[in-house]
Design a protein. Structure first.
Length: 494
């Protein structure tokens, strides 16, 4: 007799019932005789020191009925909330004969062409909130969302962030949309079975299954975030932005990328954890202009084996405090350079990327408890998670003149602006906030986030000083730019 209303779980690719059957299992010939499952159960009960933490939800499938169970009910429940995302961009094609009147009378002037990208998305709110990847809608002029029932909607981008490769879209309808609840990615374990739903290669909605292969994978070269779920559920181009589901039908990750030398799935896929997704969606709902992380006023480095040995640690882990800003939350909490943060709100930190992930998923205005190794002793420290300081409110300055910087907007760098531009490690200086694509600055390769340190031998300490130097009547320009933490020194004749 089968137990009723029991949750489904998986083991080795099969689905099993969460609780054991009442009574003894039937043998294959149908006689009510002790079978292999009964013998295994009796053996497992008698194993001394058996792991009691795994619970009844994780066990070997017993009997043919359990092996023949299906994922179909779970797919029917969740598939309507997984959508296709179509992003289109109009690109101007430059003809090699452009400007030549002889060839243009035959071939005509260059015509713009539409470029399109295809990905997936997940509805997470009945009002029409869709989560997808940033790289799916990057530089798009129009983003459309198509549902499995054939309905199509033009969407509005509420929030996007390249550093975490996430974007939130909004579609509207008179009726509520089907949704998938966002689960707790911290609750999954290596070996848990998962489903991936998306639209690989544009062939239509596709469901694949696999297990969680690893947690906290970093770095994988996908985005600045270094905390990914690895799965062997087949993921291919077009799956980006789709759902990675647990057996409760909750989103535990957003499928983002694969490791492949051929372009197809080889069983190594990566998903953004749902706790990061949840924090990003909340920021979009709050109307934030960009995804803000809590500010603690400190910078960190990895703990190398040599550093771990010198500090008396048994293994290299945690995040080493390399610098503490005066007056910031870290300084107020008593953190000092040389301290090692070992845990964040009880979560063990394997490295700097793990600390960055925990900070990004923690709410601004809350407090965090840290385990800190300082001068050979481990203690607990409570720290405030504040909003990054905005600095001065002066508007950006547009640079002009006959200089390599013409067409760029610059402003004084602040911790909040550094977050917005994705500038790591620096909180002071003059930074480019925007670059006109048709300007001299763009032609020389300048990008938003570039910090101008000096020009023609003079240190740049304000936007006004850089604007004045840009008006110089000279053809030779010597300057130093900081990009991605590296100093680039250039000499140009312009």
């Amino acid at each position: 007799m089968r137990a009723k209303s029991l949750p489904l779980v998986l083991f080795y690719g099969f689905v099993t019932l969460a609780a054991p059957f009442g009574g003894r299992a039937m043998a294959e010939d149908g006689n009510n005789q002790p079978g292999l499952s009964d013998v295994l159960n009796d053996l497992l009960k008698g194993v001394e020191g058996a792991d009691k933490t795994s619970g009844p939800d994780r066990r070997v499938p017993f009997g043919r009925d359990e092996i023949q169970l299906s994922f179909a009910p779970l797919v029917k429940q969740t598939a309507p909330a997984v959508v296709n995302v179509y992003a289109s961009q109009t690109a101007k094609m430059v003809s090699p004969f452009a400007g030549d009147p002889f060839f243009e009378q035959f071939f005509g002037p260059s015509q713009p062409r539409a470029q399109a990208s295809l990905g997936s998305g997940v509805l997470v709110d009945p009002s029409g909130i869709v989560v997808t990847n940033f790289h799916v809608i990057q530089n798009a002029d129009e983003v459309k969302v198509s549902m499995s029932d054939g309905r199509e909607f033009t969407s509005k981008v509420l929030l996007k962030d390249q550093s975490v490769d996430l974007a939130v879209l909004k579609i509207d309808s008179d009726k509520p949309f089907p949704v998938i609840a966002i689960g707790d990615s911290d609750a999954i374990e290596v070996g848990d079975l998962v489903l991936a739903i998306g639209d690989p290669f544009g062939v239509g909605q596709t469901v694949t299954s696999g297990i969680v292969s690893a947690l906290a994978r970093s770095p994988v070269g996908i985005s600045d975030s270094g905390f990914f779920i690895q799965t062997d559920a087949p993921i291919n181009p077009g799956n980006s932005g789709g759902a990675l589901l647990n057996m409760a039908g909750q989103v535990v990750g957003i499928n983002t990328a694969i490791f492949s030398k051929s372009g197809g799935s080889v069983g190594i896929g990566f998903a953004i954890p749902s706790n990061m997704v949840k924090a990003f969606v909340e920021a979009a709902k709050a109307g934030r202009e960009f995804f803000e992380r809590p500010y603690i006023g400190a910078s960190f480095e990895s703990v190398t084996p040599q550093i771990a040995e010198s500090l008396g640690m048994d293994a290299p882990r945690g995040a080493l405090v390399s610098n503490v800003q005066d007056g910031g939350p870290a300084a107020k909490a008593g953190l000092k350079a040389g301290d090692v943060i070992l845990t964040f709100n009880g979560a063990r930190l394997e490295g700097v990327d793990a600390l960055g992930y925990r900070l990004a998923t923690a709410p601004i205005g809350s407090k965090a408890e840290l385990d800190v190794l300082s001068k050979g002793k481990t203690g607990k420290v409570e720290i405030d998670l504040e909003r990054a300081p905005a600095g001065e409110n002066a508007p950006p300055v547009l640079l002009s003149g006959r200089s390599p910087f013409a067409g760029a907007k610059v402003a004084m760098l602040s911790p909040r602006l550094a977050q917005q531009l994705g500038v790591e490690g620096s909180t002071k200086g003059v930074v480019m906030t925007d670059v006109d694509p048709n300007s001299a600055a763009a032609s020389f390769g300048f990008q938003p986030g570039d910090i101008i340190r000096d020009v023609n031998g003079q240190t740049i300490d304000s936007p006004q000083k850089l604007a004045l130097l840009s008006q110089q009547n000279t053809r030779w320009w010597r300057f130093t730019v900081e990009r991605d933490g590296q100093l680039l020194r250039q000499v140009l004749r312009y």
